[in-house]
Structure formats: structure tokens, C-alpha cells
Design a protein around this ligand. Structure first.
Ligand code: ASP
Ligand code: MG
Length: 393
């Protein structure tokens, strides 16, 4: 919701759906760049804001938007109530700025629905057991919406964004990218966490766990978007459903590490203790009782990860350390891969033909990811989109 005009338009859309006989709960995010602006503001005060206070601040963005939308709906003459996360009884754990939802007390929601009110809930926020406000991580409104849909066993959870669905690749760099009609939770999970930034990964995880169907649609039109749903009754046309890329990657290598039990455990436990998410991990084969361990992380975590890695390097007597932030990850995703041999080979050939060097590889049942030079990411996505014929769905 960028401005007042937009809010009024959403109000109209909501009331139309209400009029058609639906019981509606709207989960809202903050307006426009509000959350980013709030973060910028803190940077003028301190570069180490306490996370509790960060949540206190960031949660205000959603409180503004729900009140305004409720006013707009009221002005159209419909019964409406706005509610914050704590008011809806969204209980989370204590991890400020990245809290996980533990429980939703549906009583208030059911009560308001029984009164035939349209409910507008502040996304992205909850409350821990000490009654402190928490937030769910960037893009967390998606997760609020899925959690509420799951708690109330809603028919569908529609998520409105500025794209009209999930595409075979980022349409900004691949104009031929096609909108997918349907995608499985697992595929979406890979795409969401691979930087296809349509949905917060956590929301997809939760949708999978509770069997919630998500309909990703556009705020700008009424087109059918993409259904993210359980895989069992989907027909697979293509082996690969999409190509994702993530430019926010950094890699760190510990070099000449003594090859004995406990080293990897020490390194990755220390990173986990700092809550740094590690993505790919590669350990080279041993030579002269030593090997190299490389891993990738989100670039935002690089400074903190380097501190940890330096400590571990010194403790275990590694020969050296290297890092790079000019890398990107490109991935192909598709539930059809399990049953089709040679998919990875096709990917590597396509990259080789573009003269792109692969620095790291990781695979799962439904994806293959490669770390390459950041500057070659776009070329790589184009080549992969072409070789798997994703422009012809
Ligand atoms: N306002 C929050 C953010 O910008 C939550 C969301 O957009 O879903 O990350
Ligand atoms: Mg969002």
C-alpha cells in the first residue's frame, strides 16, 4: 500500500469480497517503504539498536496501515475492526526481529467474524510470553497471513504483491519468463529461499506444514495468479519449474584445516551460536592431513561470520582464510528432477557453453544450485531459462 489512493482502492476490493458473502480477514504490511525508512532512522541514532526496541519501532508501521484501511472500509459503510498482532493473540518465541509464531488465540478473530465484521490484522508482529512486541523478520506479513489461515482453516490464503504470480525466473531480467499456474510448496520453498523474493520462506514452510493453499496475486489487477499447493495432484509438464538467482551471497573458506574429527562441528556450531544461517558447505578431500572448508552465507552476515571464522581458524590452527562477496547463486528448481536423470549435467553444460566457471555446487532432490561470479549471474539465468525451455510452458 503506497498511498491513500491505494488504501481506498484496497478498501473497495475488500468490501466487494465481503459483499459476495465471504468472511474476510485482511493481513496488512506497512505502507510503501515505511519499514526501510524506520530502519534508516535508527541508523542515525545508533548502529547497535537493541533488538527489542527495534521490534517496538518496526511494529508501528503496520499499526498505521491497519488503522487507515479500517477507516477507509468504515467510510464505505461496512463493519470493520483493526487488530494488532498482540490483540489477536499471536504468541511468538523470544527471538526479537526474527520471531517464530508459537500460537494464535483465535477467540477474538472468531468473535469478530461472528459479528460479521471485516477484520484487518497487523502483519509481521506478535507478542512473546513476557508481553513484549516481537516481529517476524522482513516480509513477515506473509507468515502472519498463512498462520491465521491455518488457525481458522480458511479456504484460501491470498497474498497480494506487486507481481501477478510466481514466474519461471525474475521477469525483470528474463522478459520471456512465464507465470506458473501452479507450483508445489516444496518448489516454492526452494524458490522463496533462493531469492525469488515473492513470499517469505517461513510462510511457505508453514503453508506446507498445515496444508494451506496460497494464491499469489497482484494488487493491480484481478488476474488469476499462482497457486502454491500440495504436490500430490499436480501434473508435471516440465522437469524444471524455475530458475532462481540470489545476489546477496558471500563465501568464506578456511584453508589448510587439520583433518580430524570435530573441526566442522566447531565451525558450524560457532556460526549457529551467532544465529548465522549457513547455506552451502563444501569440504575438499584431504591432502597431507589437511583440507579446505568453504561455505556460503547471506552477505548481510559477512562481517559477523568473518569474526567467528577468524576465531575458529586460530583455535584449530588452520593455515589461512579467504572470503569473497562478488559471488551469486543460480539454481534450477523442479519437483520433476527426482525422476529425470541428467538434469544437473544439462545445467553444467549450459553454464560451460557461456564460459561461466562454477565455484561451488549443491543439490537437493528438487534443486541444483551453483555459486558463480556475481557479474555472470544474469547471463547464467538467461542460459538456464533457455536450455530448460521455460519460455514455452
Ligand atoms: N513491513 C515488513 C517488511 O517490510 C513486513 C512485510 O512487508 O511483510 O518487511
Ligand atoms: Mg511484503
Amino acid at each position: 500500500m503506497a498511498n491513500a489512493e491505494r488504501i481506498k482502492r484496497i478498501a473497495k476490493r475488500v468490501t466487494e469480497r465481503h459483499l459476495a458473502g465471504n468472511k474476510i480477514i485482511v493481513v496488512l504490511s506497512a505502507m510503501g517503504d515505511t519499514t526501510d525508512e524506520l530502519i534508516k532512522l535508527t541508523q542515525q541514532i545508533t548502529n547497535r539498536p537493541p533488538e527489542r526496541e527495534m521490534d517496538m519501532l518496526l511494529a508501528t508501521g503496520e499499526q498505521v496501515s491497519i488503522a487507515l484501511l479500517a477507516m477507509a472500509v468504515d467510510a464505505l459503510g461496512y463493519p470493520v475492526v483493526s487488530l494488532t498482532g498482540p490483540q489477536v493473540g499471536i504468541t511468538t518465541d523470544d527471538v526479537h526481529t526474527k520471531a517464530k509464531i508459537l500460537n494464535i488465540n483465535e477467540a477474538r478473530l472468531r468473535e469478530e467474524l461472528a459479528q460479521n465484521r471485516i477484520i484487518i490484522v497487523a502483519g509481521f508482529q506478535g507478542c512473546n510470553t513476557h508481553n513484549d512486541i516481537t516481529t517476524l523478520g522482513r516480509g513477515g506479513s506473509d507468515t502472519t497471513a498463512v498462520a491465521i489461515a491455518a488457525a481458522l482453516e480458511a479456504d484460501v490464503c491470498e497474498i497480494y504483491t506487486d507481481v501477478d504470480g510466481v514466474y519461471t525466473a525474475d521477469p525483470r531480467i528474463i522478459p520471456e519468463a512465464q507465470k506458473l499456474k501452479i507450483i508445489s510448496h516444496d518448489e516454492m520453498l526452494e524458490l522463496a529461499s533462493l531469492g525469488a523474493l515473492v513470499l517469505q520462506p517461513r510462510s511457505v514452510e508453514m503453508a506446507k506444514q498445515y496444508g494451506v493453499t496460497i494464491h499469489v496475486r497482484s494488487i493491480f489487477n484481478n488476474n488469476e495468479g499462482t497457486l502454491v499447493q500440495e504436490e500430490k495432484d499436480m501434473e508435471k509438464e516440465k522437469v524444471v519449474s524455475g530458475v532462481a538467482h540470489d545476489l546477496k551471497v558471500a563465501k568464506i573458506s578456511l584453508l589448510d584445516v587439520p583433518d580430524r574429527p570435530g573441526i566442522a562441528s566447531k565451525l558450524f556450531q560457532s556460526l549457529a551460536a551467532e544465529r548465522i544461517n549457513v547455506d552451502m558447505i563444501i569440504q575438499s578431500t584431504m591432502r597431507n592431513e589437511r583440507n579446505d572448508i568453504s561455505f556460503t552465507i547471506c552477505r548481510d552476515d559477512l562481517a559477523r561470520a568473518l569474526t567467528v571464522a577468524e576465531q575458529v581458524r586460530d583455535e584449530v590452527g588452520a593455515g589461512g582464510m579467504a572470503f569473497g562477496q562478488d559471488v551469486a547463486k543460480v539454481s534450477i528448481v523442479g519437483a520433476g528432477m527426482i525422476t529425470n536423470p541428467g538434469v544437473a549435467a544439462t545445467m553444467f553444460r549450459a553454464l560451460a557453453e557461456e564460459n561461466i566457471n562454477i565455484e561451488m555446487i549443491s543439490t537437493s532432490e528438487i534443486k541444483v544450485s551453483c555459486i558463480i561470479k556475481a557479474e555472470e549471474a544474469v547471463k547464467a539465468v538467461q542460459a538456464l531459462h533457455r536450455v530448460f525451455e521455460l519460455d514455452r510452458l
